[in-house]
Write a protein of this length. Sequence first.
Length: 248
Amino acid sequence: MTPILTVEHLGKGFVLHGQGGLALSVMRDLSLELHRGECLVLAGPSGIGKSTLLKMLYGNYLAGDGRIRLHFGDGPLSLTELPAHAWHALRRDVIGYVSQFLRVVPRVSAREVVMEPLLARGADTAEARARAETLLARLNLPERLWSLPPGTFSGGEQQRVNIARGFIGEHPLLLLDEPTASLDAANRTVVVELIHEAKARGAAMLGIFHDEDVRERVADRLLPLESFMAPSLAPAAQPSTSRGLPHA
Ligand SMILES: Nc1ncnc2c1ncn2[C@@H]1O[C@H](COP(=O)(O)OP(=O)(O)OP(=O)(O)O)[C@@H](O)[C@H]1O
Ligand SMILES: [Mg+2]
């Protein structure tokens, strides 16, 4: 079966302009395949590059080396060569992303924040509203909050709005960056159920979950990122004079 996503020999570094152009190498030679209906969980300690990988897949960060391809619709689409203007439609229709924190827009209610991905596709307003409310209710967000902008919501309330917004579009590929970090056990279970339902409809997911229990309940496979650390970050690495990187 053709995977929905293939990553080949991906590498990433950052140039720190505030540090005199210092080069920080984060990832090297990472390859993976992701299939429909599976949830692959990225593992590894803080700073290893988990969020960086998701941001490259979502087009927020450019890949340094390697290739990312999406097999969707008519043949493979190379994301590493995708022109900037093509990302909008791709994010609207194919790749969904639940970031760790909700991007709050003043005066836009929680309900509208959740409806927006469906409206962007031209969905009927009443239907989008009904689906948003169903998701908010499932995630136990009190109804009195639905008409309010989430700016003043608690961390867990904002996270639930973000999750509802991420899942409402039923994207074929979903990237999840610690979606349960601020949730209580009952709401973590709701998220686990949403992930299982997404798998059942054939969605592929790449996720980061610090919570061991959630990880065990959703992961079909684990991908530890330690082996793809750039030499400059690996614990046993020797100082690399060629890159001129600092070492602790
Ligand atoms: N825009 C950026 N500019 C410079 N360095 C960056 C940038 N984004 C990430 N990094 C660096 O890349 C490394 C990996 O960061 P990343 O956020 O991917 O880690 P992570 O595995 O998601 O960690 P955590 O579990 O703490 O969220 C870190 O050393 C980080 O400082
Ligand atoms: Mg992270």
